[in-house]
Design a protein around this ligand. Structure first.
Ligand code: TXA
Ligand code: MG
Length: 334
């Protein structure tokens, strides 16, 4: 059911959960300081209680009521908030342990989407919001995807259009001595290093250079962030990944009825000429455009119940493409 901003504010203030658009993906929001609302979020997502939620605030002052905003956090916040970066910081007592899964840190973000910001401002209370998908499924980037993913259990949703970013926020841990990216996103490691004028670590990276070939190990299996298990963001249709068109063409995995996705629309021409029916994620491989379209295409093609999906992504593993590779490796059928 689609609802208005007014209705969303009323429902949230009453302790209910609603889906809201953010610039990254749609979020399943509830009052962050209300344990019943938080419990509803976990139950609806089927999310393990060990995986903490991101708390969204309207401004820095509100963040300071919830956590210790150190000088590094102030720098990153001033540079990128409101925007697609989440900071993990030492929490204050006001934040219930349920939100942080018992951790002494809390993940905080000021979102940039005007609808999310308006709801936060009108409520004048922080909102916890994980992505609005059942646990381990692909995150929604349009209001109709929330319904596609939840079916009859779909939460009331404010339609804020298609998300501009399309990938979940960068998660940056600034709670310890070493700044560390727990989840890559649109705001890149290079940008954060520039901003902090120091080296930033990258944890739990499933996409090393070069990608691990079959039979080799090499993908980092560490688990620094409770929610970053290696299976995540996954469609139900089996998904195979290829770093070049040639590798797709020589692979024996393609079967009639399978769907082919190309990140770079220029690759579609030669494949279409060979009779493959391809769906492009961008006209020319622009990483922002690939990121924006990726989840929507995965969700929509997943609904076609094809035997398999094949995705060709030739982007280098750096910058924004690193975040795309991270999500693709998690979505890939192992
Ligand atoms: O873009 C986004 O971040 C979206 C929108 C709605 O804001 N939200 C989102 O939330 O992606 P979620 O719950 O799907 O992902 C939050 C990630 C998880 O990997 C979780 O483990 C991590 O942030 N996280 C949350 N609190 C943490 C903490 N205290 N320490 C370490 N990781 C934390
Ligand atoms: Mg999520």
């Amino acid at each position: 059911m689609l609802i208005t901003i007014d209705d969303a504010v009323t429902r949230l203030a009453g302790g209910d959960v609603v889906a809201l658009p953010s610039e990254t993906v749609y979020g399943l929001a509830g009052l962050a300081l209300n344990e019943q609302a938080i419990a509803k979020i976990y139950a609806l997502k089927g999310r393990p209680a060990t995986n903490p939620l991101i708390v969204h605030v309207a401004h820095l002052q509100q963040a300071e009521e919830l956590c210790y905003v150190n000088s590094q956090a102030k720098r990153v916040g001033e540079a990128y908030w409101p925007g697609p970066i989440t900071l993990v910081l030492p929490k204050k007592k006001s934040v219930p342990g349920l939100v942080t899964a018992g951790n002494q840190t809390v993940a905080i973000r000021i979102p940039r989407h005007p609808v999310f910001l308006e709801v936060l401002t009108r409520l004048n209370q922080p909102l916890a919001a994980p992505s609005a998908n059942p646990s381990n499924r692909t995150s929604p980037t349009e209001a109709r995807h929330v319904e596609e993913l939840f079916g009859k259990k779909c939460p009331p949703t404010v339609d804020g259009g298609k998300c501009a970013v399309g990938l979940e926020s960068t998660v940056l841990d600034l709670s310890g001595d070493q700044p560390t990216i727990l989840r890559p996103g649109l705001i890149t490691r290079a940008q954060i290093q520039d901003c902090l004028q120091r080296q930033v670590g990258l944890f739990q990276d499933p996409s090393p250079d070069p990608p691990a070939k079959e039979g080799q190990t090499g993908r980092n299996q560490g688990a620094p962030s409770p929610g970053m298990g290696s299976v995540h963001y996954a469609p139900r249709t089996p998904l195979a990944l290829y770093p070049t068109v040639e590798e797709f063409l020589i692979s024996a995995k393609f079967k009639p009825g399978d769907l082919v996705i190309v990140a770079d629309g220029k690759d579609a021409t030669q494949l279409d000429a060979k009779g493959y029916l391809t769906t492009p994620l961008s006209t020319d491989g622009c990483p922002e455009e690939v990121a924006q379209n990726l989840y929507g295409v995965l969700i929509e093609l997943d609904a076609k119940n094809a035997p398999s999906m094949h995705l060709i992504f030739t982007g280098a593993r750096e910058g924004i493409n690193r975040a795309i590779w991270d999500r693709l490796y998690r979505a890939e059928t192992k």
